[in-house]
Design a protein around this ligand. Structure first.
Ligand code: SF4
Ligand code: SF4
Length: 90
């Protein structure tokens, strides 16, 4: 299991206040197709907001800050991340 590259990056994302939540910007949200995902970590590396994390249980996404840009889905070479319509922000 690779360690998150964001552990030492994006210090503004570690701000305890993190005042600008961007989750409400989403019209689409990423959804992991677990049967296709090999937990390579590429989406974790490429997410511009550092909101994807690899855990022992799989990928997690911080919905408060995922803005729905779709980069993770575009760059996943296994088509394991797909964008689906946002129903309600959680
Ligand atoms: S890039 Fe695709 S295969 Fe790799 S961890 Fe992300 S969703 Fe899974
Ligand atoms: S949609 Fe954009 S912000 Fe959300 S997890 Fe994917 S790359 Fe990150």
């Amino acid at each position: 299991m690779p360690n998150s590259p964001h552990a030492n990056l994006a210090p503004h994302l570690k701000c305890p206040q993190r005042p600008l939540t961007t989750g409400s910007w989403r019209s689409m949200r990423p959804q992991v197709q677990v049967e296709k995902c090999n937990l390579c970590g590429l989406c974790d590396v490429l997410c511009p907001d550092g909101v994807i994390k690899l855990t022992a249980a799989g990928l997690t996404i911080d919905w408060d800050y995922c803005k729905g840009c779709g980069i993770c889905a575009t760059e996943c070479y296994r088509q394991a991340m797909v964008m689906v319509e946002e129903v309600a922000n959680v």
